[in-house]
Design a protein around this ligand. Structure first.
Ligand SMILES: [Zn+2]
Length: 467
């Protein structure tokens, strides 16, 4: 009995000590990020000196060189480039669009969707069919669609608190709108921008023709939310109005690019890998500061903050800057392929790809044992107002690394303003707040520190084995 009491007291004392230690480590990490962070300075360069970094572009190449050089300055154990072939698509000249109503010409702002074909050289002009989903499109059928421009005008749902859910409820119009309309003989597609705000910015993003034959591949563009409202109003007055648009974008052969990787090799379990990353490519209209410059620089700073805070990882910690998330996911696919071939055991992967806004927490893909462990860390984050720890998605780039026993996570910043900027010309550096960005980097570092220290349960469905 006596021995048991002593054991319990000792256990409590040890647990208390651990918690105390973790508290002070987190405090140091947040302090270092807020007083001596590097993420904002890196983002300034990436956004203002380099700019939009579409896969296969000169800017994407400059971003590869820049981030590699910056990682090399951090004194990591290894920094290297992982080759990957990526698609190359160019927007070409600025797009043009207008319609006529009651004798007046109304110009509207559009932008070609990534991967779209061009219009004919002189543009395309046709009557417009407004629809809100693919069912409506199918009900109209070939007879009413052939020769027309299909206008998808389903707005993002404003009452959803997670704007990502609102995005998820709409984005099929952008991604598959041309594929669906092309089957019925439409001559073009105009999609309401994925934006909850009324403004004049058109928002680009990836689209696909699937396996549609070449002759059914029609040009597809996004229209600003203001433009969408104007067009919809005008169609109520005159169903026969003609819409004109012109774009001369082009798809090229695949080109060579790279994932950028830096590593601190673990001193105790070097073949247990923890990765933290974002995607280095961005769309071309803005400078990609939120999507995903923020995630890139935060991930780079995680390794730097670990070093600055005096943490010597037991496990191998890597920063991975993925290429081509936006229009192909080739970098993520390549990274997972190489990791598998080398039999690298990725126990935890964290992505930041939801903007550089105030962090709220994380979303996890994990089994119940591992998720329970995460929930046990929640209180450590309370002083930093980090409260969101939920099961759900992680990130597109880390997704291919999922196994039954590892944990994937995505940083979840406040999402209310994200879609004001997402894939649009106003995704620019001045819309990222320095402290919010740094809080995100610290929050990520804190979670990486905890996973490095405690590991994950290596066996699905059983209790954790402590190391
Ligand atoms: Zn992104």
């Amino acid at each position: 009995m006596k021995t048991r009491i002593v054991t319990i007291i000792l256990c409590c004392f040890t647990a208390f000590n651990f918690a105390q230690n973790d508290e002070s480590v987190l405090k140091e990490v947040y302090k270092t990020s807020l007083t001596n962070g590097k993420s904002y300075e890196w983002l300034e360069h990436l956004s203002n000196e380099i700019g939009g970094r579409l896969s296969g572009s000169k800017n994407a190449e400059l971003a590869v060189q820049y981030t590699k050089a910056e990682l090399e300055k951090l004194g990591l154990d290894k920094v290297w480039l992982q080759p990957v072939m990526v698609p190359k698509w160019e927007r070409g000249e600025k797009e043009k669009a207008f319609f006529e109503i009651a004798g007046f010409v109304k110009e509207v702002n559009i932008c070609a969707l990534g991967g779209s074909v061009a219009t004919a050289k002189d543009g395309v002009s046709a009557e417009v069919v407004e629809v809100h989903d693919f069912e409506e499109l199918a009900a109209l059928g070939k007879e009413k669609i052939e020769g027309k421009i299909v206008f998808y005008n389903r707005p993002m749902q404003a009452d959803l608190i997670s704007t990502f859910n609102a995005y998820g409820g709409c984005v099929n119009q952008r991604y598959a709108g041309a594929m669906e309309a092309g089957k019925y003989g439409a001559v073009g597609v105009i999609v309401r921008s994925m934006n909850l705000r009324q403004d004049d910015y058109p928002h680009t993003g990836s689209m696909s023709y699937g396996d549609l034959p070449i002759n059914q591949r029609i040009p597809s563009a996004a229209i600003s939310t203001n433009g969408a409202e104007k067009l919809s109003e005008a169609l109520k007055q005159n169903k026969e109005l003609k819409f004109y648009f012109k774009q001369n974008c082009k798809q090229f052969e695949d080109v060579q690019s790279y994932n950028v990787i830096g590593e601190i090799t673990g001193h105790k379990f070097p073949n247990e890998y923890i990765i933290v990353g974002g995607h280095l490519d961005s769309w071309d209209l803005g400078d990609g500061a939120h999507d995903d410059g923020a995630g890139v620089v935060q991930s780079m700073d995680v390794l730097r903050l670990l070093k600055k805070s005096g943490i010597k990882p037991k496990r191998t910690i890597r920063v991975v800057l993925f290429m081509n998330e936006e229009n192909g996911l080739r970098g993520a696919t390549k990274y997972a392929e190489v990791a598998k071939a080398k039999n690298e055991n990725h126990i935890f992967a964290l992505e930041s790809d939801a903007g550089g806004f105030t962090p709220r927490g994380f979303s996890f893909a994990a089994n119940s044992t591992n998720f329970d462990q995460v929930l046990g860390w929640k209180d450590l984050f309370k002083p930093y107002l980090i409260h969101y720890f939920e099961l759900g998605g992680s990130g597109a780039d880390v997704g291919p690394l999922k196994t039954d026993t590892n944990v994937l996570a995505g940083l979840r910043p406040d999402s209310q303003r994200y879609f004001d900027h997402h894939h649009a010309a106003n995704d620019t550096f001045e819309h990222v707040n320095k402290r919010e960005l740094e809080l995100g980097a610290a929050t990520m570092t804190a979670l990486v520190y905890l996973f490095d220290k405690y590991g994950v349960n290596p066996i699905s469905g059983t209790k954790k084995i402590k190391d």
